[in-house]
Design a protein around this ligand. Structure first.
Ligand SMILES: NC(=O)c1ccc[n+]([C@@H]2O[C@H](COP(=O)([O-])OP(=O)(O)OC[C@H]3O[C@@H](n4cnc5c(N)ncnc54)[C@H](OP(=O)(O)O)[C@@H]3O)[C@@H](O)[C@H]2O)c1
Length: 270
């Protein structure tokens, strides 16, 4: 099926990571031109570039820093003159479980800066670019998380940041983008557990995997490609041209979370 993404300029944040890298490969296959962003793992980005066949440029930036986000978009415009699609996948998931009464302000601020403020900065730079270049169509795809939908015990920081981008930003920016580009669209993809470097430590524990899978219709963990194909679908005007402001879960039919182990529940006292 033709996605119509041939020659579209797509900026993927977090292309050095698992989901961003998989999305970049799919966009490349569709003939898109890519701005591949990474932060610390530039080796991954160079390896990705080796695999791709289309035109692309690599840019490193800490997306929590305003001037680095501006540098990223400047590099993209210098090279390709416009950005048609922004895919915001960069983010962190602090590996330690910390209930709110133990969470430091330092951790809270770091997560909010990386998972929420960075998306604000990138979306703002993207919209400013659209205002200048006025492309015929434009799409923003934000990568949230099922933590936005169900919350996540031990990760109030992450759940709050992801809810901010998934609900607050997606549903506001879908109305703002059309003031600049009348056919512009903004959607969010919410992955559940997906096999990437981010989740590797958690998924190495069979007890965690069992607990996660018990909440789903499909008893397997997502591959990065499962999420990437949802991102490409929502980026394509040809496939998703009348879809905007939507939140698409890619989580195998997840219904919620198992909160208690069997030994923590006494049916006789229920
Ligand atoms: N994997 C899952 O189970 C899962 C589940 C739900 C949601 N998600 C979401 O999916 C997105 C992608 O995650 P992933 O699994 O692909 O994780 P990943 O492999 O760890 O990739 C994370 C990406 O974010 C970039 N990044 C981190 N801090 C940054 C900063 N300060 N500035 C700029 N870039 C930064 C990393 O860049 P460098 O590596 O170059 O430093 C990397 O490219 C994230 O938003 C994550 O929250 C993932």
């Amino acid at each position: 099926m033709d996605t119509g993404l041939q020659d579209k300029v797509v900026l993927v944040t977090g292309a050095s990571g698992g989901i961003g890298g998989a999305a970049a490969r799919l966009f490349d296959r569709e003939g898109a031109v890519l701005v591949l962003h990474g932060y610390r793992n530039l080796g991954n980005l160079h390896a990705l570039q080796e695999e791709l066949t289309g035109d692309n440029v690599l840019v490193s930036a800490d997306l929590t820093q305003e001037e680095e986000v501006e540098h990223l978009f400047r590099k993209a415009l210098d090279r390709f003159r416009r950005v048609d699609i922004l895919v915001a996948t960069a983010g962190i998931w602090p590996p330690e479980d910390e209930p709110i009464h133990r969470m430091t302000l330092e951790r809270w601020n770091r997560t909010i800066a990386t998972d929420l403020t960075s998306v604000f900065l990138c979306a703002r730079a993207f919209f400013r670019t659209l205002e200048r270049t006025k492309p015929e169509s434009a799409a923003l795809v934000i990568v949230g998380s099922t933590a936005a939908v169900f919350g996540e015990e031990g990760h109030a920081d992450y759940a709050a940041a992801k809810a901010g981008i998934t609900y607050g930003l997606t549903r506001t920016l879908k109305n703002e983008i059309v003031r600049i580009v009348p056919r512009g669209r903004v959607n969010a993809v919410c992955p559940g557990w997906t096999r990437t470097p981010m989740s590797a430590a958690g998924l190495a524990d069979p007890a965690v995997v069992t607990r996660v899978l018990q909440t789903r219709a499909h008893t397997r963990v997502a591959r990065p490609e499962d999420v990437a194909s949802a991102i490409v679908f929502l980026s394509s005007d040809r496939l998703a041209g009348h879809i905007t402001g939507e939140i698409l879960a890619v989580a195998g039919g997840m219904e919620g979370r198992l909160l208690h182990l069997p030994e923590e529940v006494n049916p006789r006292e229920a």
